[in-house]
Design a protein around this ligand. Structure first.
Ligand code: NOJ
Length: 556
């Protein structure tokens, strides 16, 4: 392969663990269920830590397990300092944390600061209090428009569908003010100009830091500050629902959010052990995304432009190049992520043949459903490429098994608020949240002992069960293990890459003597003489990388 250019791209210097870590996202309700009630829990996680150790990950991030009525699967927190009984107790959390640490696995918890549950004590107090009271000032209450305040204060539309305002009934029984909710009506937004809110969250950070967590994934880290005056705004039709689709939105990416993270940076700095903040911020460009990780703000932020990149070599080369430039420019590592609990699993997404905006999901009536074989090959190739990149990589539970999206969930099982708020127009995210298969022959595929499962598991998932994949040298699980181990042995999380030219349909580069190539085209890519493969995304003979495959190799 001729070298296109010798453009060295480096991750930033520094040895903090989060710069290079492979971080595994656990979605607690679907990981492992020790109680047998059909919803995963903290003791379930503890019981499976050895499996994560053998996968080789450096850290786990747990989606919310705090007290919650579960209207948005825990992203509606009623008590930030306790564990919901569904998931266990604080003692179960401490035990899980200690067990993870004893295995050298760090633990990041999810913090949801944009909104609380409507069952949070503060919101309940706000409902009882009068307009203009300090209780209401912790949230975004406004009088309605129209003669009798019967119209919402502005025209904003909720991410989950429908309007962004809900009207309350005042204590005297009359129709009253409206409150803002970017997401479900059960998720009222805090007012982040309020000093009490700021102080409360400093204290919540300290509560979990004192318990020993290694960091926080910060939910909706681009949404906490709204433009003053809350001006009307209508998104263009195809704007990404979580943000990221448009340059200017009065509730996404407002400058004021950065003050909050500078403040939190200081709180974390009071603690030893390189505690870290990772932002969930959906923004239209990488240059804006990089603002979240300036030296005095967050430590990491999710690289959603990378996640959203379609199976296209030119676009993928470009997003990698730009990521390293933009994050490197502010001294931060790039993160890399292909799947999470909000997007169609990449083993399905990368082979979709119709547009599928974030949050849409795939269901029985969707168009453009993927060819599963192509999807899995592309997913394995995409991960083979990703785990060779400098920076920190996030994995989402189940992708190490090659799980596809569950696309045939019957309507009556659906739980995502998106499904309800759009009257079934958008399927939402349940398809990527189905409980994991651990063994082929056990009830609920070993998710628990009882066979209960909060979302039905597709019958064909028996072939993806972890026990089955353990025994197959060529399984997706064993591919992930090999990639993670080699990534560590060769210190691929740090350093630079040098781009190579393997044709228009390839993404190719080298890291020292290790060459990486992914084939996103339709013709094999011949590598020529003297090649020794270190990893193949799936087994192939000869020296030509087939379509939808990737490889790591050395040359004589
Ligand atoms: C982003 C979370 O990842 C998603 O699952 C949730 O619905 C929204 N934020 C609201 O908290």
């Amino acid at each position: 392969m001729a070298q296109l250019e010798q453009l060295e791209q480096s991750a930033a210097p520094g040895s903090e663990w989060w710069r290079t870590a492979v971080i595994y996202q656990i979605y607690p309700r679907s990981f492992a269920d020790a109680s047998g009630d059909g919803i995963g829990d903290l003791p379930g996680i503890t019981s499976r830590l050895d499996d994560l150790k053998s996968l080789g990950v450096d850290a786990i991030w747990l989606s919310p397990f705090m007290t919650s009525p579960q209207k948005d699967a825990g992203y509606d927190v009623a008590d930030y300092r306790d564990v919901d009984p569904l998931f266990g107790t604080l003692a179960d959390f401490d035990e899980m944390l200690a067990q993870a640490h004893s295995r050298g696995i760090r633990v990041i918890v999810d913090l949801v600061p944009n909104h609380s549950s409507d069952q949070h004590a503060w919101f309940q107090e706000a409902l009882k209090a009068a307009p203009g009271s300090p209780e209401r000032a912790r949230y975004v209450f406004r009088d309605g428009r129209g003669e009798n305040g019967e119209l919402p204060p502005n025209n904003w539309q909720s991410v989950f569908g429908g309007g962004m305002w809900e009207r309350v009934t005042e204590a005297d029984g009359t129709p009253g003010q409206w409150y803002l909710h970017i997401f479900d009506a059960t998720q009222p937004d805090f007012d982040w100009t309020n000093e009490e809110v700021k102080e409360e969250f400093r204290s919540i950070l300290r509560f979990w830091l004192d318990r020993g967590v290694d960091g926080f994934r910060v939910d909706v880290a681009h949404g906490m500050v709204k433009e003053a005056g809350l001006p009307d705004y209508a998104p263009v039709a195809d704007a990404d629902s979580m943000g990221g689709g448009e340059e200017y939105v009065p509730y996404w990416g407002q400058d004021g959010v950065h003050d909050i993270y500078r403040d939190w940076h200081q709180v974390l700095a009071e603690y030893d052990g390189d505690r870290a903040l990772c932002g969930e911020a959906w923004l239209p460009t990488l240059s804006r995304t990089a603002l979240w990780v300036r030296p005095d703000e967050m430590h990491q932020t999710f690289n959603f432009p990378y996640l959203m990149t379609p199976w296209d070599a030119q676009q993928l080369r470009e997003v990698i190049r730009e990521s390293l430039e933009e994050f490197g420019g502010v001294g931060a590592p790039s993160t890399w992520v292909l799947s999470n609990h909000d997007v169609v699993r990449h083993a399905s997404r990368l082979a979709l043949t119709a547009d599928n905006p974030q949050g849409e999901g795939i269901g029985p009536k969707s168009e453009g459903k993927p060819d599963q074989v192509v999807g899995l090959s592309r997913a394995r190739a995409a991960t083979t490429l990703m785990l060779a990149l400098p920076g920190s990589a996030y994995l989402y539970q189940g992708e190490e098994l090659g799980l596809p999206e569950a696309m045939e969930i019957p309507d009556e099982f659906r739980q995502d608020p998106t499904w309800f708020r759009t009257n079934g127009e958008r399927y939402g995210r349940d398809g990527c949240r189905v409980p994991l298969p651990w063994s082929a022959d056990a009830p609920a595929f070993g998710f628990n002992d009882t066979g209960a499962s909060w979302l039905p598991q597709p019958a064909e998932w028996a072939t993806f069960a972890r026990e089955v994949e353990e025994k197959d040298a060529d399984s997706t699980l064993n591919l992930y293990r090999r990639l993670i181990e080699l990534r560590r042995d060769r210190s691929l999380g740090t350093g630079s890459l040098v781009w190579e030219d393997a044709g228009a349909d390839a993404v190719a580069f080298h890291r020292g003597d290790l060459h990486i190539v992914a084939n996103l085209g339709e013709q094999p890519i011949e590598l020529g003489e003297g090649v020794t493969f270190v990893v193949q995304s799936e087994p192939f003979a000869g020296t030509a990388v087939p379509p939808n495959a990737a490889a790591w190799f050395t040359r004589a």
